[in-house]
Design a protein around this ligand. Structure first.
Ligand code: URA
Length: 434
């Protein structure tokens, strides 16, 4: 096969066969196809798209580029949950313990932050002592004994995605439906669960900006998962402003604990209960999604979700006392407040701008080699719809470096729009795809 001929065909709007996609994925993963040819191919896909069959084949080829996890040693119906990436999205830290407290085994492999979006593994590593790498047998044992374990995804799961994503990230080819579908679903299908709940984000802080695109992405991922024999559901949720008030690793762990204590912000609490409820239903522990949501709500109010969080943290070497003493979590040494420059109503807080500003405090990586400042990030004191007075603090930024704080605060200040009228707020949940 000739790589240039395949790039040319896609560039001109043509279609590729499964064998041709196999050749490209395998060649790139092994190193016989160089970065510059794969970059050109990705840009051709970005502009021309892929049809359904090409997307299915690309997903399968990427899934088969590495190991397929065998979770058969974990008892019960294992349900995974995946968010397409957002700002302040710490739901896994809440939803996992709630679902596990209701009897659903959660054996989850998670990723690190990508660009302006955070990653569960980085958040968990903000907990003193928490290990995100465990031997396979220990991982299985933890899930069998306490119902939940979350580890970093190994390099052997969908290695093609790891290499292709790294290239997409630096060639402006992330935001394409087929490329996002194949990236997410190749990893999820290789992770060995029996079912997957997808949280497809839509809005300014998501890869899919419009509801229509988010729905198309959700439908494609659900279809591909079902074709692979998985129980599937996708919830399309709003990501126009950050979820909850905290953005940044330890700040988000703190807020997740507050939610499990019943003291968290209403948006993240509501969404977590909705997502956990659907996981409980997918896992066969509720007869309907509504019953699952009711059970998740009870796990929150009874404290059984918080108790499961303590077991989860201590099982992975972390200090479970963080669940009762938030001061045990790191917090960066320097802080700066951003004040309202006028009185009025907050009409919007642009999630992507806050995500980028948080990355610049040191909470996220600019390059994949960067170390993370776990105590850095942004705490919002107000959300869209709130009334504020001139001079009132809108948010506080945290960083270990004053220079980072200065540049991040200039950026973060641009995220907030204040107007005279109270805005109409979008629904948190835009729809469900089954
Ligand atoms: N998350 C992924 O894992 N891949 C994408 O392409 C986008 C979000």
């Amino acid at each position: 096969m000739n790589t240039v001929e395949l790039i040319t065909r896609k560039r001109d709007g043509g279609e590729l066969t499964r064998e041709e996609l196999h050749y490209l994925v395998q060649g790139f993963t092994e190193g016989s196809i160089p970065d510059y040819q794969m970059s050109a191919f990705l840009m051709a896909v970005y502009y021309q798209g892929m049809n359904r069959d090409e997307t299915v084949w690309l997903t399968q080829e990427m899934k088969e580029s590495g190991d397929i996890a065998d979770l058969s040693k974990v008892r019960g119906i294992k349900i995974d949950k995946h968010s397409t990436g957002g700002v302040g999205d710490k739901t896994t830290l809440i939803v996992g313990p709630l679902a596990a407290a209701c009897g659903v085994p959660v054996a989850k492999m998670s990723g690190r932050g990508l660009g302006f979006t955070g990653g569960t593994v980085d958040k968990l590593e903000a907990i003193p002592g928490f290990k995100t790498t465990l031997p396979e047998e220990e991982f299985f044992e933890l899930v069998n004994n306490s119902g939940i374990a979350v580890i970093g995804q190994t390099a052997h799961i969908a290695p093609a995605d790891k290499k292709i994503y790294a290239l997409r990230d630096v060639t402006a080819t992330v935001e394409n439906l087929s490329l996002i579908t194949s990236s997410i679903m190749s990893k999820k299908l290789a992770s060995g669960s029996d079912g997957i709940l997808l949280d497809v984000k839509c809005g300014s802080g998501a890869f899919m900006k419009s509801e229509e695109d988010a729905r198309r992405l959700a439908e494609m991922m659900v279809e591909i998962g079902k074709a692979d024999g998985k129980k599937m559901m996708a919830v399309i949720t709003d990501m126009n402003q950050p979820l909850g008030n905290a953005v940044g690793n330890a700040l988000e762990v703190r807020e997740a604990i507050e939610v499990l204590q019943g003291k968290g912000p209403s948006d993240i609490t509501e969404l977590s209960v909705e997502l956990a409820g659907r996981m409980i239903w997918l896992g066969g522990c509720a007869a309907t999604p509504a019953e699952g949501v009711a059970k998740a709500g009870q796990a929150l109010t009874s404290g059984s979700g918080l108790q499961k969080f303590r077991e989860f943290v201590s099982g992975q070497g972390g200090d479970p006392a963080v669940a009762d003493d938030l001061s045990l979590l790191p917090l960066s040494s320097c802080s700066k407040e951003i004040l309202a420059d006028r009185s009025g109503y907050i009409c919007g807080i642009d999630a992507m701008t806050i995500g980028l500003a948080s990355q610049h405090t040191g909470a996220g990586r600019q390059t994949k080699e960067d170390a993370i400042d776990h105590g850095a990030g942004i705490l919002l004191h107000h959300k869209a719809g709130d009334r504020v007075e001139a001079g009132e603090a809108l948010m506080t930024l945290y960083s270990d470096e004053v220079s980072k704080l200065e540049s991040a605060s200039l950026e973060a200040a641009k995220a907030v729009q204040i107007g005279d009228q109270a805005p109409e707020l979008p629904n948190l949940i835009h729809g469900v795809v089954e």
